[in-house]
Design a binder for this molecule. Structure first.
Ligand SMILES: Nc1ncnc2c1ncn2[C@@H]1O[C@H](COP(=O)(O)OP(=O)(O)OP(=O)(O)O)[C@@H](O)[C@H]1O
Ligand SMILES: O=P(O)(O)OC[C@H]1O[C@H](OP(=O)(O)OP(=O)(O)O)[C@H](O)[C@@H]1O
Ligand SMILES: O=C(O)c1cccnc1
Ligand SMILES: [Mg+2]
Length: 556
C-alpha cells in the first residue's frame, strides 16, 4: 500500500472497498494554494473551531437551458472519506508555504480529517436549478474551507457533462443509441474518463473508452477507423479468405462469396464494380473474418454510394451465406441525412432481392462533429440513423465549457453571512437553509423553495407564499400536491450515511427526474425559466441583512 491508500480511513457504514477506489489525483493537495494559506491564517487567528456553513450552487444553467443535472456527489463523498494529508504532503507544504509558519500548524494539518463535517446534498442525478444549493456543508471553518476547490472541481465538470449528455439524449429521442467517442478530444486523460462516466450518467448508452468501461462498468462499444480500410489496397493482400460456416463448420472462401454477390449487387444498386474500391473490399472481408458475428464497417472512406455500400452489402451477404448476420455500417462524413436514407434504401432493396429480411434492420451509425443542433437539424430533414457516435462537442462541452458552481460562506457561529455585489445575481443567499421542491397534482415540479432551517417545511394542500429572492413584486401562492425535501445527510461523523446508488441507478434517476419537468422548461429554444423562490421569512431576512451590510453612500 502506498501512503495515499493507507491514509483512507475505514470508510462509512455503506462504503465497501470497491467504492473506495477513487481517482488517485483526487487528494487534499488538489486545491488552490489560497485554501491552505487561509487555513493557516484562520488557525493563527483562533478561528479553528468556528462553525461554518457553506453552500455549493451555480448561478445559471448551462447551454442556454433551464435545467442542470447534478452529478459528482459520490466522488465528493469518497474525497471526504479519504481526506488526510500524507507525510509527503506535509513535507511539501513545509517547503512551499512561506517561511515562518509554525510547526504546530503542520501537526494540526497532519491530524486533520473530515470527521467533524456534515454534508447535505440533493440526490445525484436530480435536476437542479440556479441558486438552490446542491450541496450544503457544515463544520469547523478550516476544514470546510479547505474542501472548496476540490468539491467544485468534482461537481462542476461532472454536472456540466451529465447535463450535456442529457440534452443530447432529449434531442435524439429514446430509441436512438448514443455512444461517446470523445477520449481523443477530451481535456486530457482525466477529462476523458470523467466525460465517459458522466455522459453515461446523462443518458448515453456506451463509450469507446476502454478504461472507463473497466473502471465504471459502462458498456464499451466501437467500430473501426479509416486506417483499417486504407491499410489494404487489393484483395491480393488478404492473408486469409477462409471462414468456417457458423452451423456446419465447413471452411469456405468468404472473398469468393463476396465477389459473386458484389457482381449481382452492382446491377441492383446501379454502381459499377470498377468504380468501387478493391482495397475497401479486401479490408471489409478481412474484418468480417476477424469478427463474423460483429461485422460493422465504415463505408465513407472513398465513396458511400459508389463503393462503401456496395462492398459492405457484398461482404454482409457473403457472411449470410456462412450463417452469420452483419451488424451494420458507420458513416463519418458527408450529408448524414441523405447518406443514411440512401443506406437504408440500399438495405431494403438488398433485403427484398436476396430474401434477407434482417438486412432492413442493419444498424446505421453516424459520426463526424455531431452536436445538439446537428441532431435537431437531422431530425427535421428526416434520417435513418440508429446510433450517433459523438466525441468533440460532447466531451469538451464546446457550447459552454464550464459550469459556474461556486462555494460560499453563508453562516458562521450561527450568524448569517451575505456577500454583496453590484450584480444582484451574485448576492448570496445568507444563512443555513433548507430546500423544498413543490409539485402540482399532475406530478410536475412547480417551484423550488428555500427557507430558513428554523421554519417548518411547506405542507401538502397548504398555501405557501413563494417570493422571488430579489424582486419584491414577484411572488406567488403555491398549493403543493406533493412536497419533496431536497436535502439528505450524506456524510456525518466520519461516515457516509446513505446507501449510495450505483451508476446505473443514478442514470435512471436522471431520466425520472427530467420527467418531472414540464416540456417548456426543457425545450432547446427559449425554454421557460423554472422558478426558484424564497419563503417570506427568508426574503425579509435577506433584505434586512442586505441593508445592514450595504454601506450608505454620501453625495457631495
Ligand atoms: N444533413 C446534415 N444536416 C446538418 N448537418 C450535417 C448534415 N450532414 C452532416 N452534417 C454536419 O456537417 C458537418 C460536415 O462537416 P465537413 O464540412 O467537415 O464535411 P465532411 O463531410 O467531414 O467533409 P470531408 O468529406 O471533406 O471530410 C459535420 O459537422 C456534420 O456533423
Ligand atoms: O467527430 P467527433 O464527434 O469528435 O467524433 C469522433 C471522431 O473521431 C474519429 O475520427 P477522427 O475525427 O479522429 O478522424 P476523422 O476526422 O478522419 O474522422 C471518428 O471517425 C469521429 O469522426
Ligand atoms: O469506435 C469507433 O467507431 C470510434 C471510436 C472513437 C472515435 N471515433 C470512432
Ligand atoms: Mg472526425
Amino acid at each position: 500500500m502506498n501512503d495515499r491508500e493507507m491514509s483512507c480511513n475505514t470508510g462509512g457504514q455503506f462504503m465497501d472497498r470497491g467504492r473506495m477506489n477513487q481517482n488517485g489525483v483526487v487528494q487534499p493537495l488538489l486545491t488552490d494554494l489560497y485554501q491552505i494559506t487561509m487555513a493557516y491564517a484562520y488557525w493563527k487567528s483562533g478561528k479553528t473551531d468556528d462553525q461554518a456553513v457553506f453552500d455549493l450552487f451555480f448561478r445559471s444553467n448551462p447551454f442556454h437551458g433551464e435545467f442542470t443535472i447534478f452529478a459528482g456527489l459520490e466522488e465528493c463523498l469518497k474525497f471526504l472519506d479519504s481526506f488526510h494529508y500524507s507525510d509527503s504532503d506535509i513535507e511539501y507544504l513545509r517547503q512551499t508555504l512561506p517561511e515562518g509558519i509554525e510547526n504546530e500548524f503542520f501537526e494540526y494539518l497532519g491530524n486533520l480529517t473530515a470527521r467533524d463535517v456534515t454534508l447535505y446534498a440533493i440526490d445525484e442525478g436530480t435536476v437542479a436549478f440556479p441558486r438552490v444549493p446542491i450541496i450544503k456543508i457544515e463544520g469547523p471553518l478550516i476544514i470546510v474551507q479547505l474542501l472548496e476547490t476540490t468539491l467544485l472541481t468534482l461537481v462542476n465538470y461532472a454536472s456540466l457533462m451529465a447535463t450535456n449528455a442529457a440534452r443530447y439524449r432529449m434531442v435524439a429521442g429514446k430509441h436512438v443509441k448514443l455512444l461517446e467517442f470523445g477520449l481523443r478530444r477530451a481535456q486530457g486523460p482525466d477529462g476523458g474518463l470523467s466525460a465517459s462516466k458522466y455522459s453515461y450518467t446523462g443518458g448515453f448508452d456506451g463509450t469507446s473508452n476502454v478504461l472507463a468501461g473497466k473502471l465504471f462498468n459502462i458498456p464499451v462499444k466501437g467500430t473501426h477507423a479509416h486506417a483499417y480500410i486504407t491499410s489494404f489496397s487489393s484483395v491480393g493482400e488478404l492473408k486469409t479468405r477462409l471462414l468456417k460456416h457458423k452451423q456446419t463448420g465447413i471452411t469456405e472462401d468468404l472473398l469468393e462469396h463476396a465477389i459473386r454477390h458484389r457482381q449481382l449487387l452492382s446491377h441492383l444498386l446501379d454502381v459499377s464494380t470498377e468504380e468501387s474500391s478493391e482495397g475497401e473490399l479486401a479490408a471489409m472481408v478481412s474484418y468480417a473474418i476477424a469478427f463474423p458475428d460483429g461485422f460493422m464497417a465504415l463505408v465513407d472512406t472513398y465513396d458511400v454510394k459508389r463503393s462503401g455500400l456496395l462492398n459492405f452489402s457484398a461482404v454482409a451477404l457473403a457472411l449470410n451465406d456462412l450463417g452469420y448476420y452483419a451488424l451494420g455500417i458507420r458513416i463519418d462524413s458527408g450529408d448524414l441525412a441523405y447518406l443514411s436514407c440512401l443506406a437504408r434504401e440500399t438495405f431494403e432493396k438488398v433485403a427484398e432481392r436476396f430474401k434477407v429480411p434482417w438486412f432492413n434492420k442493419l444498424t446505421i451509425v453516424a459520426s463526424n462533429d455531431i452536436n445538439e443542433d446537428t441532431i435537431l437539424s437531422l431530425n427535421e430533414q428526416g434520417h435513418k440513423i440508429d446510433c450517433f457516435g459523438i466525441g468533440t462537442h460532447l466531451v469538451t462541452c464546446q457550447r459552454q465549457p464550464a459550469l459556474g458552481c461556486v462555494y460560499k460562506l453563508v453562516e458562521i457561529n450561527g450568524q448569517a453571512r451575505i456577500k454583496l455585489s453590484q450584480d444582484v445575481e451574485k448576492v448570496t443567499m445568507p444563512g443555513n437553509k433548507n430546500a423544498y421542491r413543490l409539485y402540482s397534482a399532475d406530478g410536475h415540479a412547480l417551484i423550488d423553495l428555500l427557507q430558513k432551517v428554523s421554519e417548518p417545511p411547506p405542507a401538502v394542500g397548504q398555501k405557501v407564499l413563494c417570493r422571488h429572492p430579489f424582486q419584491e413584486s414577484k411572488r406567488a401562492y403555491v398549493i403543493p400536491s406533493h412536497v419533496e425535501s431536497l436535502y439528505k445527510v450524506y456524510w456525518k461523523s466520519g461516515k457516509i450515511c446513505q446507501q449510495l446508488p450505483t451508476l446505473e441507478q443514478v442514470r435512471e434517476k436522471v431520466q425520472i427526474s427530467l420527467k418531472t419537468l414540464r416540456n417548456d422548461h426543457k425545450r432547446t429554444l427559449n425554454p421557460t425559466p423554472y422558478k426558484v423562490a424564497v419563503s417570506d421569512n427568508l426574503y425579509n431576512f435577506i433584505h434586512d441583512l442586505w441593508l445592514q451590510n450595504a454601506p450608505i453612500g454620501e453625495l457631495s
